[in-house]
Design a protein around this ligand. Structure first.
Ligand SMILES: Nc1nc2c(ncn2[C@@H]2O[C@H](COP(=O)(O)OP(=O)(O)OP(=O)(O)O)[C@@H](O)[C@H]2O)c(=O)[nH]1
Ligand SMILES: [Mg+2]
Length: 199
């Protein structure tokens, strides 16, 4: 699919719901700093659509972007950022829970993990939640520009083993080199049932 138009819609806090006219929603989940906001900007070819920061914990609300009037991309706040207070961690849990379990139009989750590291405890919890709730999911292994091809292959196998997913459900991706961008867009098109040559 091609992204021709991408606009920021709203930020959700607390237990707000988002219906978004019933359009499909694709949520992006992952540890703080893994590259969620960068992936949105890369997919949409806009450098400032989602706020990117080298400081973890930047995205603290559920931010929603409308793509081509076809679907919504949902940038979830990153988990596992140790330096936030316990009450903020609880807020995070509540916000995620209320978004994820309340969203009738959640079609798919892109679960982002850093290709350089074995998935951590929070990644395992996130994936367990996804599998428990049977939400279709693609694992995106971010920052693949940091590894050679051979290292990427090894990391992907380790990610599959840790998360209990199949190799074809893991896509290496880089917002820096745009590696994996075409593959991810194609996959989103398939998930949403949009044909390649749609006007
Ligand atoms: N080398 C490399 N760096 C990346 C890539 N994607 C993101 N980064 C860097 O990683 C840092 C975090 O990126 P963000 O996109 O803000 O991460 P996030 O997951 O949205 O973080 P939170 O909003 O804090 O949860 C920034 O310094 C980015 O420039 C990538 O593909 N390759
Ligand atoms: Mg972010």
């Amino acid at each position: 699919m091609r992204i021709k138009r991408a606009t920021f819609v709203t930020s959700l806090t607390g237990n707000q719901r988002f219906d978004g006219e019933g359009l499909p929603q694709i949520a992006i989940a992952g540890k703080s700093n893994v590259g969620k906001s960068s992936l949105i900007n890369c997919l949409c070819s806009q450098s400032k659509l989602a706020r990117v920061s080298s400081e973890p914990g930047k995205t603290r609300l559920v931010n929603i972007f409308r793509i081509n009037d076809d679907f919504h991309l949902v940038d979830l706040p990153g988990y596992g950022y140790a330096r936030v207070s316990r009450s903020m961690q609880e807020d995070w849990g509540q916000m995620m829970d209320s978004y994820l379990s309340g969203s009738e139009h959640l079609y798919h989750i892109l679960h982002l993990v850093d290709i350089r590291h074995d998935p951590g405890q929070h990644d395992l919890q996130m994936q367990a939640w996804i599998q428990h709730n049977q939400v279709p999911c693609t694992v995106v292994a971010t920052k693949c520009d940091k590894l050679s091809r051979a290292q990427q292959q090894r990391s992907i196998l380790a990610i599959c083993r840790a998360l209990g997913v199949q190799p074809w459900d893991v896509l290496p991706f880089s917002s820096v080199t745009r590696a994996g961008r075409d593959e991810l867009l194609e996959r989103l098109g398939q998930i949403l049932g949009l044909s390649e040559d749609e006007p």
